[in-house]
Design a protein around this ligand. Structure first.
Ligand code: RFL
Ligand code: PHB
Length: 385
């Protein structure tokens, strides 16, 4: 088989890229290791920036998102029970949309476009310096696809980044000594907006998916086992970290999903090696505190799609040559914001009394300074694509 672009991974990055290319007449094949049902079963992000919404509209899959997504014009920060609202609307005249990654993925999958091959095993990339080709196994047979370019959209544990010789990549990493234990429940959200809570027992987040479905997280040690957390233990711990009136209003029920996500900051540079281009979690990870991971994957693939389209339409490599630099500029800003939100809101085992006072002072500054609030609002709602 031959195609113009092989896309490895059918997460949000791969699916969006395939759709952007298809609408402009660029051919691609998407290779995904898991089944479509498995991809849809993963519970991840919940908050879309305006740029992501615009991209969904551009690829003509925004209808259900606009109908069902919940517009949020602000967010609540709670510090030891002292709660303060950041009003995006008055600070930066922007908003975000609460619409699950699962739903965005479902909409992109349903729209189709490219050729999608699920349950493709042992994907391998060949001759990244020359005429590239990709092999994979399916139903016991090995298949070969010749292509012009490869887009590595296969997430943090994918094979694309590890196909680049180690000496050609510089990586930057910070691993946090804690993770997020998340629970999904069919109960109405405790508040209209998201609540990010710092508490001496650890961080907590009250999020949501719909008027009847909520998503909650608590900070736990990095080596914690989900099995240690009964639903009752989770709800008790969450209540303790919220202010009393929120804790009182919390509606609990049996969890329909419960998992622990580790927290990490990671960037690999550059994003191009020969014919291979990395995008999304394959190239970088942010801790979830700033709600940036999915949105960054979307800005990456919007730049990458533009570059491929320019290559085929105008026979110009300028966009492909500048992709890495262009994407990394935005990536590092999101890395900074996510690291900052994480530092402000979590309990770090190594932080002494001075560090705790610094967190408190940062929160007090946020409460009283419009400039500080504006900076948070500008970044949270998303820097321009
Ligand atoms: P994905 O979603 O990991 O998709 C990669 C796909 O590649 C496949 N794959 C392979 N396919 C073929 N061959 C191989 N060898 C392969 N190896 C892997 C995988 O099966 C998968 O289908 O990466 P992508 O597309 O770059 O998308 C990134 C986002 O998924 C991620 O950044 C966000 O979920 C992060 N994130 C959040 N982002 C936000 O913008 N807002 C949020 O509110 C938010 N909350 C979160 C999050 C991530 C979380 N977890 C669990 C990590 C909350 C959590 C708890
Ligand atoms: C979520 O709803 O899963 C969610 C929301 C905001 C975040 C992280 C996760 O910052």
């Amino acid at each position: 088989m031959r195609t113009q672009v092989v896309i490895v991974g059918a997460g949000p990055a791969g699916l969006m890229l395939a759709r952007l290319l298809w609408l402009e007449g660029v051919e691609s094949v998407v290779l995904e290791r898991k089944s479509a049902a498995y991809v849809l079963g993963r519970i991840r992000a919940g908050v879309l920036e305006q740029g992501t919404m615009d991209l969904m509209d551009r690829v003509q899959v925004g209808l259900r998102m606009h109908a069902e997504g919940l517009v949020h014009r602000g967010v609540e920060l709670s510090f030891g029970g002292d709660q303060h609202r950041i009003d995006f609307a008055s600070l930066v005249n922007r908003q975000v949309l609460v619409y699950g990654q699962t739903e965005l993925t479902r909409d992109l999958m349903a729209a189709g476009g490219a050729m999608y091959i699920y349950e493709a095993d042992d994907v391998e990339l060949h001759d990244l310096d020359g005429r590239s080709w990709v092999t994979y196994k399916k139903d016991g047979a090995t298949h070969r696809i010749d292509c012009d370019f490869i887009a590595g959209c296969d997430g943090y544990h994918g094979i694309s980044r590890s196909s680049v010789p180690q000496e050609a990549l510089t990586t930057y990493e910070r691993i946090y000594p804690f993770g997020w234990l998340g629970v999904l429940v069919d109960k109405p959200p405790v508040a209209d907006e998201l609540i990010y809570a710092q508490h001496e027992r650890g961080f907590a987040l009250c999020s949501q998916r719909s008027p009847t479905r909520s998503r909650y997280y608590v900070q736990v040690p990095a080596d914690e086992a989900v099995a240690e957390w009964s639903d009752d233990r989770f709800w008790d711990e969450l209540r303790r970290r919220l202010n009393p009136s929120t804790a009182e209003a919390l509606q609990t029920g049996p969890s329909i999903e419960k998992s622990i996500a580790p927290l990490r900051s990671f960037v690999a540079e550059p994003l191009r090696f020969g014919s291979l281009f990395l995008a999304g979690d394959a190239a970088h990870i942010v801790p979830p505190t700033g709600a940036k991971g999915l949105n960054l994957a979307m800005s990456d693939v919007s730049y990458l799609a533009d570059a491929f389209i320019e290559h085929y339409r105008e026979r110009s490599g300028a966009g492909l040559n500048s992709y890495s630099h262009r994407a990394l500029e935005r990536i590092w800003k999101a890395e900074r914001f996510s690291w900052w939100m994480t530092s402000l809101l979590h309990v770090f085992p190594e932080t002494g009394a001075f560090g705790k006072r610094m967190q408190r002072a940062e929160f007090d500054y946020l409460k009283t300074s419009r400039a500080a609030q504006q900076s948070l609002a500008e970044n949270y709602t998303g820097l321009p694509f």
